[in-house]
Design a protein around this ligand. Structure first.
Ligand SMILES: Nc1ncnc2c1ncn2[C@@H]1O[C@H](COP(=O)(O)OP(=O)(O)OP(=O)(O)O)[C@@H](O)[C@H]1O
Length: 303
């Protein structure tokens, strides 16, 4: 079931007197209960701005965010990247977890929430500085779950954690998604975990979604030259088992001059660019969408 529908969402930041930045440009998608949707793309592509708009921390310039339920403040919760900055050091873990239960008038206790994220109930008496980064992130997840939300926004939830515990935390979010029937938006740079944990992947480039589809299709048969570049550059732990010889050397960038602002924004970096890329870009496909003029004849697609 669709939990959240995002339509034509845009955000423009004013940088200086006559300088504007289109951080998010006409983005539409849906989040479904019981499923993870990954949002991937390089730094500065607008991923966090989308997550922050969905969390109502940033006001959209235009567009619409529709929630199936009516209580937005309760039903949409976010887990942030930094587990060290997200818990108030002056309060016990128990206090951090009881507050959202009280505010949203939910039954349950801090101890029960700790057990749901595999932490000992006795941690309720501890302070954030007594916990490791991974343990703090578990508390942040427990706090986000306290109001029994429908949508969980996870903005790079493991990128500041030790590599050795990242999978534990992602597995925890995955289990809770199934148990609570959550719609999860997973914002990440990491294509391998996006593919493993998400049902669908959306690829962002300079504020636009350039490709979207089932996770395996997007990673194994990327239709957009930008996704191909990302997939080729990413260390892929599954590649050796699935497709020997599939990987190629990343192509060299062709970028010259100032960045373009119309047509395909990737065309100055694209190894396949043709004149038509300067025109309005059509979106091809139904389940697997690709914003690329080359898609029709598919010369850019990997075999
Ligand atoms: N409050 C703001 N004022 C001005 N510009 C902003 C603001 N917030 C974000 N930006 C700019 O918007 C663009 C998109 O930023 P955003 O943080 O959404 O990207 P991102 O894909 O999440 O990157 P990262 O992976 O590094 O977090 C960037 O160019 C960023 O500098």
């Amino acid at each position: 079931m669709t939990s959240m529908t995002v339509s034509h969402l845009s955000k423009t930041f004013k940088l200086a007197r006559k300088e504007w930045l289109k951080a998010v440009d006409d983005v539409s998608f849906e989040l479904t209960s019981g499923a993870t949707t990954a949002l991937v793309g390089e730094s500065g592509s607008g991923k966090s701005t989308i997550a922050r708009m969905l969390a109502r921390l940033v006001r959209p310039t235009s567009g619409e965010i529709l929630l199936e339920t009516s209580d937005y403040r309760k039903d949409v919760q976010m887990v942030f990247q930094d587990p060290f900055g997200s818990l108030n050091p002056a309060h016990t873990i128990g206090y951090c977890l009881r507050r959202p239960l009280e505010i949203h008038k939910q039954p349950g206790t801090a101890e029960e929430l700790l057990e749901r994220v595999n932490l000992p109930a006795a941690y309720a008496r501890r302070y954030p500085h007594e916990l490791s980064g991974g343990q703090r992130q578990r508390v942040a997840i427990a706090r986000a779950l306290a109001p029994r939300p429908k949508v969980l926004l996870a903005d790079e939830p493991v990128s500041m954690l030790d590599v050795s515990i990242r999978l534990e935390i992602l597995n925890l979010i995955d289990r809770l998604k199934r148990e609570e029937d959550l719609a999860v938006l997973y914002v990440t740079h990491d294509l391998a975990t996006a593919r493993h944990f998400a049902r669908d992947i959306m690829v962002m480039y300079r504020g636009q979604i350039v490709e979207r589809g089932p996770a395996d299709d997007v990673i194994l048969a990327p239709g957009h030259p930008y996704t191909q570049l990302l997939a080729e550059a990413a260390p892929d732990p599954w590649a050796a088992h699935e497709a020997p010889g599939r990987r190629r050397e990343p192509r060299r960038e062709r970028g010259t001059g100032p960045p373009v602002t119309d047509g395909c924004l990737f065309r100055t970096r694209c190894p396949h660019a043709v004149d038509a890329c300067a025109d309005e870009i059509a979106v091809h496909g139904e389940e697997h969408l690709v914003r690329c003029v080359l898609r029709e004849s598919e010369p850019a697609r990997r075999s």
